[in-house]
Design a protein around this ligand. Structure first.
Ligand SMILES: [Zn+2]
Length: 48
């Protein structure tokens, strides 16, 4: 079973949902900037 979680870019607050954060942020091009966050944190960042 694969557990998908939320990941947030430390630099530009981009939210990614998946098994792991992208190696390079598609928005700000920063490498290894993603940190795992809870669903609640991700929703807060996205403005829900
Ligand atoms: Zn970014």
């Amino acid at each position: 079973m694969v557990n998908k979680t939320f990941w947030r870019c430390n630099i530009c607050n981009d939210i990614h949902y998946g098994i792991a954060g992208p190696e390079t942020c598609p928005t700000c091009q920063t490498k290894n900037a993603y940190v795992e966050v809870t669903k609640e944190e991700a929703q807060k960042v996205m403005g829900f």
